[in-house]
Design a binder for this molecule. Structure first.
Ligand code: 3HC
Ligand code: NAI
Length: 693
């Protein structure tokens, strides 16, 4: 297939890129662009329009080539050929013009965009920086400070903002070819205007330190952002060609960092998880019923409405239904305030596509139901019995349970093939993760429907088998337990939170516990008490907090104290003595922990449980586990997820640690056979991704 063509058409010629799905700058596209520029040079046309077929202008370098030996022609040289053209080249943009795509456009002599186009330099989000002139042409076009913000944030800008900043010349309605042709006519008698020839913008040295500090803070320990800033500034002190070489060197240095590998792993992991079974057609899901309008039901309803679906929400009585409707309305008001939703669309969706009811009969013709009632098997089975009675044949029946057995829930119906788990995360209208729980009898087209629904809602869907807590919550229980045991043995919750946030999680387990409410874990421990193995240690200190009514943020006190003085929480001086008392009762002699040891135990528990989940085929592949931890549990993206991190850290080191911990507590530290096998044979989790990440 020809990925770039040159089409002569009289006084205007067309350079057309066609490399689906996103016109990434593969070696063939780079070569094609260079050849097309040469063809334009040889042609009689006075101006060329460079535009793309398909859903977007070039969305960047071809990420799948990263980490492999570079192939000529290199992108900076291709862009140099575009910019050096003696006749003007107009870039006509649409879709998402990102990274190398925007750098190509900056090499052109004019930039026009179709309304709705977005532009940006997202390289830092992949642990990289612009490597084809972005740090040298952009500041010449818009000034150092604005360029620094665009480059180090990696954010996408709307076309209007990009015009106001001076990145684009104009926005117009129409298609890329039409918009580009109109602009090209203005250039028939004009000479090319090259950004590289603009004067170097002044650098306010006084403001530079503040800028550096700002970028470092926002980067939270990542290297790409500060490096991009420095490379830009240093390059601007040199002649343009030297600045370009300097930029390229910094780009290639970043290409070799573990952060780059981790961030690109994350990029592919989140795209490789939710594959619809081949040849299976999803069922219809335009009309959705939601049962329970509490925390989760409200968020799921908002998310479904935002996806354009019709929502009927069932609550136990009118008062609860009204409360849920008001809360959903408020969420949508928030979206209007943030400019994400037009007021008219908000009003239309709440009037025409949303209603509440207290009678399940209102669900008789919905296509898909999501149950989000209390986390209790009897209550959920009652709901599913009722759904079995009222729903039309073929309706998909889903549960949002966090831990319960979806097979058992399905058994309450006469149609277990239609039952599936859809485990949303809180707040469901914000969090992008959706675990899709496949029960024993779940039909393939029900699974396909769940994936299609996730796509429509903009979620990252990860399939999971049935087990207590599925992928994410089961792993969470394991590492949270490792943290609890460190406390029983001498660490403090504050030290654990410090060690975990030091690793890169936004919050430690005790900060998370206070946010979620300590009653949840307490109830789970109570439920399991009767069947607990006598060898399992119990975090008695956590029970004491819950029994004292210290349930976390909602009561103003949990592991931390929350008040006007410290809305985000401060250490509680009474906590340590209470934990010490528990240790004394249990006959534990406390010992010192370093932050590193706490981190190693936390991560070992996370990796070991993940390996167990793979052993049991609850997760289909390691990168699915990474996607879950990255998107549901705050795992630092620049470390790629626990499986990627484990490969980089060394499975042999993790196994050695676990064997050591097991000497003191063999029950808690049972080594996963898969992890042991991989470590012993020099294997990696990445080997199990099956070609896909
Ligand atoms: N290279 C290779 N493949 C890419 C790609 C890229 N730059 N961008 C997207 N793809 C692939 C995806 O992996 C996916 O493949 P799949 O269908 O096999 O899973 C397919 O294209 C479609 O991608 P999405 O599912 O993400 O499609 P969306 O429509 O949701 O999003 C997008 C499109 C906004 C372009 C999004 O894909 C994206 O953000 N891509 C990355 C853009 C980027 O970071 N560019 C900068 C690259 S670094 C660079 O340019 C360096 C330069 O300075 C030298
Ligand atoms: P919640 O207590 O906030 O809401 C439950 C709602 O269900 C209440 O409004 C209640 O009135 C309603 N309800 C109960 N029985 C009903 C019935 N028979 N018919 C109609 N409505 C009924 O609970 P929350 O937090 O929303 O949790 C709901 C489910 O989602 C649980 O299974 C929970 O495990 C799961 N979940 C919760 C998460 C969270 O962070 N809160 C995250 C992911 C899943």
């Amino acid at each position: 297939m020809t990925v770039v063509t040159y089409e002569p058409a009289g006084e205007i010629g067309y350079i057309i890129v066609n490399n689906p799905p996103v016109n990434a700058l593969s070696a063939a596209v780079r070569k094609g662009l260079a050849d097309a520029v040469a063809a334009f040079t040889a042609d009689a046309a006075q101006v060329a329009v460079l535009y793309c077929e398909g859903r977007t202008f070039i969305a960047g370098a071809d990420i799948s080539e990263f980490g492999k030996p570079p192939v000529e022609p290199f992108l900076p040289d291709v862009i140099d050929a575009i910019e050096s053209s003696a006749k003007p080249i107009v870039a006509a943009l649409h879709g998402t013009v990102l990274g190398g795509g925007l750098e190509v456009a900056l090499g052109a002599h004019a930039r026009v965009a179709v309304a709705g186009t977005k532009v940006g330099l997202p390289e830092v989000t992949l642990g990289l920086m612009p490597g084809a002139g972005g740090t040298q042409r952009l500041p010449r076009a818009i000034g150092v400070e604005k360029a620094a913000e665009v480059i180090t944030s990696g954010r996408q800008l709307g076309a209007d903002e990009a015009v106001a900043m001076g990145i684009l010349d104009a926005v117009a309605d129409g298609d890329a070819r039409g918009v580009g042709t109109a602009e090209a006519r203005q250039w028939l008698t004009r000479a090319p205007r090259r950004l590289s020839e603009l004067p170097v913008p002044t650098i306010d040295t006084a403001a530079l330190d503040a800028l550096r500090a700002k970028v470092r803070n926002a980067a939270r320990g990542q290297v790409a952002q500060p490096r991009a800033l420095e490379a830009m500034i240093e390059g601007l002190t040199m002649p343009f060609a030297e600045g370009m070489k300097h930029e390229r060197k910094a780009f290639m240095d970043l290409m070799r960092t573990p952060e780059r590998a981790a961030l690109i792993h994350a990029f592919f992991a989140e795209r490789a998880s939710g594959t619809v079974p081949a040849g299976v057609t999803p069922r219809k899901f335009d009309r959705v019923g939601i049962i329970g309008g509490g925390t989760m039901g409200q968020g799921i309803a908002a998310s479904a409405l935002n996806a354009g679906l019709d929502v009927t929400l069932i609550e136990r009585d009118q008062a609860a239904a009204d409360k849920a409707a008001a809360a959903i309305g408020k969420m949508q008001d928030g979206a209007v305030k943030r400019g994400k939703l037009a007021q008219a669309d908000r009003d239309a969706m709440m009037t025409h596509r949303f209603r509440t009811a207290t009678d399940y009969a209102a669900l008789s013709d919905v296509d898909l139901v999501i149950e989000a009632v209390f986390e209790n098997m009897e209550v959920k089975q009652d709901v599913f019995r009722e759904l079995d009675r009222v729903c039309r044949p073929g309706a998909v029946l889903a549960t949002n349970t966090s831990y319960l057995d979806v097979n058992q829930i399905a058994q309450a119906t006469s149609r277990p093939a239609d039952v599936i788990g859809l485990h949303f995360f809180s707040p469901a209208n914000v969090m992008r993760l959706l675990e899709i729980i496949i029960a024993d009898a779940t039909a393939q087209d029900v699974l396909a429907t769940a994936f299609a629904l996730a796509k429509k809602m903009g979620k990252i869907a990860v399939p999971s088998g049935v087990c207590e807590g599925f992928i994410g919550n089961r792993i969470l229980s394991a590492y949270r337990t490792a943290a609890d045991y460190a406390i029983l043995d001498g660490a403090s919750p504050y030290q654990v939170d410090r060690a975990v946030t030091g690793f890169g999680f936004p919050m430690g387990p005790y900060q998370v516990g206070d946010l979620a409410g300590l009653d949840i874990g307490y109830a789970t421990r109570q439920r399991k008490a009767a069947t607990r193995d006598p060898r399992e240690r119990v975090p008695v200190f956590a029970d004491r907090l819950a029994e004292a009514g210290r349930l976390g943020r909602k009561t103003g006190r949990g592991d931390y104290i929350y008040d006007d003085q410290s809305p985000k929480g401060r250490p509680d001086p009474e906590l340590e003595p209470m934990v010490a008392e528990v240790r004394a009762e249990l006959g534990v002699t406390p010992r010192e922990f370093t932050d590193d040891e706490i981190r190693d135990r936390y991560m070992a528990a996370m990796v070991n449980e993940s390996a167990r989940i793979l052993d049991e085929q609850i997760a289909a592949k390691p990168s699915d586990i990474d996607a879950v931890l990255l998107h549901g549990y705050g795992f630092p993206r620049h470390k790629g997820g626990p499986m990627h991190w484990a490969d980089a850290y060394g499975l042999d080191r993790i196994v050695a640690n676990i064997r050591e911990y097991a000497k003191a507590d063999a029950y808690a530290w049972q080594l996963s056979p898969l992890l042991e096998r991989l470590a012993d044979t020099g294997g990696k989790f990445a080997d199990l991704n099956g070609g896909k990440k």
